[in-house]
Design a protein. Structure first.
Length: 128
């Protein structure tokens, strides 16, 4: 036996479905705006940086890379300067690569050595 619908019951069902559709439509629009905000390049970059700094391992790797690249660049500039000689530039590039690799691999040793060296000059005040 089929369920009998009256005009009034159908109107109530339609109204309930329209309310449900309006609520779900609002939720879809809100989620779309959140997704749109998250896909903006600046927000993606912020998310990457936040994730990067929240991990100690990545921070250590980043410091090694920066120290290596900086030392390589400085070495090249000190040795080569502003020379136009292509052979000297090639030697400078090899030195830069070598110094970058060395500092990146030996970062912890170099860091500890520098801290130890500097601590010899900067003495803490002893309590009286």
């Amino acid at each position: 036996m089929e369920k009998q619908y009256t005009v009034e019951s159908l109107r109530e069902e339609i109204q309930a479905l329209e309310i449900k559709q309006a609520k779900e439509g609002k939720l879809v629009k809100e989620q779309l705006l959140i997704t749109y905000e998250n896909l903006k390049p600046i927000n993606i970059l912020k998310s990457i940086v936040k994730d990067f700094y929240s991990s100690d391992n990545y921070t250590q790797d980043f410091m090694e890379i920066v120290a290596g690249m900086t030392s390589g660049f400085v070495t090249k500039k000190l040795i080569i300067g502003k020379s136009k000689n292509p052979l000297l530039k090639l030697v400078g590039l090899a030195l830069q690569f070598g110094m970058t690799t060395f500092v990146s691999k030996k970062f912890n040793f170099i860091k500890d050595s520098v801290v130890h060296f500097l601590s010899r000059f900067v003495k803490e005040k002893e309590p009286e």
